[in-house]
Design a protein around this ligand. Structure first.
Ligand code: NDP
Length: 502
């Protein structure tokens, strides 16, 4: 493995973008933080500073929420559903036209390989916007038959209308910065809401680019506001704010619980996309030619900094050796390096702190008695690179099988001739329930196992199918609500029922 993190030069356009003064977007204007504070942002592959951004706090959140409240009743509210569709579609076009810039920013900011950045921006950025651009014209209520004499002792007609839920506070993580913004922005705009976004301050640049594009396409001032800031400061102020009607949060389960509590002040609505520890269940008849690359991708995509990562593999004892050997061989072939180097297949972790957290789990794994099959070390040199690691012969009592590591670590447990119900008891033995996959040629086993897995999304013979139309979200402590698809629009709408007596 080559973990050299020699910087590969981005395009002049990207260099010029990064060199700019980066401010907050409030009421359609780029402004300094009220405190005047800024922070520097680093490339995790080179540990070099790549830019400087304004860092906002509670006062900036107040200004942004006021702008979003004003915009909710302004020009934006008067646009037709066709106008909203057109604006969202234009935003997709502008993002497509800026694809190289967005991709390079995402790579330098987050560390992910270029191909993955581009794929995720197309699939969960451009396509997502186009999917939700189709919705404004299809949002409508119902007419409801009511018993005569029911409400007012006369003949009545009841109808419902769908209204935007109001001002949305969106709080996003660093692991897939641009898609995380679009997953909230697209349905919120489709519903007619306004937003205040607090992106992760470690990866702010693609969010700021989206802010620029919303201005370019003519989305009215104040509809989309961006306050880059720290979670405990700007994030907390946003989630507590009485002027916010809904929080759309993606991040860790621990912070999700803090946000749920903070929202009780004005009982704002909350949707939470949280952590995962997703299972990959491999039966003895599975096609190993598909399982091996599928499991390797499931575990190590985005260096394992992926909420859907398949980090717990359950393999039938009879195929344990070939499966584990195959996945380890693939892991060793993942060339690590700077994401702009086209030969890199894995990038660094996001930060020194994240590497330290992951190394703690590697030590816990080694001390637990699990079999270390490959990896297990950080890579010497510049950048926060960690080797893809596989632990075999694990069990549910081990920390590495229970906690979300958010790094390139796969834990493998075997099963034998127990019933599917007994196997499901092992598979469901964490607090999470986000994703998962089942690998077998037997359709009965596949469907029975899917029914037993307590996760929001399960795939058969692939892992983590992502499409704008497929609802995505977690059961248990993996979250509240769903993003993507029609279900992903619902949290941005509220229903008003009107009864007419005639
Ligand atoms: P965190 O929960 O640490 O942070 C997420 C966001 O919340 C950041 O913007 C952060 O700000 C902010 N934040 C932190 N503390 C507070 C607070 N007290 N009040 C309000 N906001 C706060 O998660 P990470 O950024 O570390 O992201 C990784 C996590 O995200 C993993 O658990 C992963 O599984 C989950 N995730 C879930 C997805 C899903 O769809 N289910 C998708 C992607 C990731 P700051 O930047 O300052 O920390």
């Amino acid at each position: 493995m080559n973990a050299a993190a020699d910087a590969i030069s981005p395009s002049t356009e990207t260099q010029e973008f990064l060199a700019r003064k980066h401010q907050l977007l409030i009421d359609g204007q780029w402004v300094d933080a009220a405190s005047g504070d800024t922070i520097t942002v680093e490339d995790p592959a080179t540990e070099q500073t790549i830019g400087e951004v304004a860092i906002g706090g509670a006062e900036d959140i107040d200004r942004a929420v006021a702008a979003a409240r004003k915009a909710l009743k302004g020009e934006w509210a008067k646009l037709t559903s066709y106008d909203r569709s057109r604006l969202i579609w234009r935003l997709a076009d502008e993002l497509e036209a800026s694809l190289n810039l967005a991709t390079e920013l995402e790579v330098i900011d987050n560390g992910m390989p270029r191909e993955i950045a581009m794929y995720s921006i197309i699939a969960a950025g451009i396509n997502h916007l186009r999917y939700y651009a189709g919705w404004p014209t299809k949002i409508h209520g119902q007419t409801i038959p009511v018993s005569p004499g029911g409400a007012a002792n006369g003949e009545t007609l009841t109808y419902t209308q769908r209204e935007p839920v109001g001002v949305v506070g969106a709080i996003t993580p660093w692991n897939a910065p641009l898609p995380m913004v679009i997953l909230k922005l697209a349905p919120a705009l489709a519903a007619g809401c306004t937003l205040v976004l607090k992106p992760a301050e470690m990866t702010p640049f693609t969010a700021l680019l989206i802010g620029e594009l919303t201005k370019r396409v003519g989305i009215p001032d104040g509809v989309f506001n961006i306050v880059v800031g720290y979670g405990q400061d700007a994030g907390a102020a946003l989630s507590e704010h009485d002027g916010v009607d809904k929080i759309a949060f993606t991040g860790s389960t621990a912070v999700g619980k803090i946000i749920a509590k903070a929202a009780t002040g004005n009982l704002k609505k909350v949707s939470l996309e949280l952590g995962g520890k997703s299972p990959v269940v491999v039966f003895p008849d599975a096609n190993l030619e598909a399982v091996v690359p599928g499991a390797a991708r499931a575990a190590f995509f985005l260096q394992g900094q992926n909420c859907m990562a398949g980090t717990r593999m359950f393999v039938h004892e009879s195929i344990y050796e070939p499966v584990v050997k195959g996945v380890a061989e693939m892991a060793k072939m993942f060339k690590m390096g700077h994401g702009l180097d086209p030969t890199s297949l894995m990038g660094p972790l996001i930060s020194a702190k994240q590497r330290e957290t992951v190394m703690g789990y590697l030590e816990a794994g080694k001390a637990s008695g699990a079999e270390l099959i490959c990896g297990g070390e950080a890579v010497d040199g510049t950048g926060y690179f960690v080797e893809p690691t596989i632990f075999g012969r694990t069990n549910r009592s081990m920390k590495i099988m229970q906690e979300e590591i958010f790094g390139p670590v796969l834990s493998v447990q075997t099963f034998g001739d127990e019933s599917l119900e007994e196997l499901a008891d092992e598979v469901n033995s964490t607090v999470y329930g986000l994703s998962g996959s089942v690998w077998t040629k037997d359709v009965s086993v596949a469907h029975r196992m899917v029914n037993l897995i307590d996760s929001g999304q399960v795939a058969i013979n692939c892992h983590a199918a992502v499409d704008p139309a497929i609802p995505f979200g977690g059961n248990r402590q993996s979250g509240w609500g769903r993003e993507f698809g029609q279900e992903g629009l619902e949290p941005y709408l509220k229903t008003k029922a009107t009864t007419v007596m005639f």
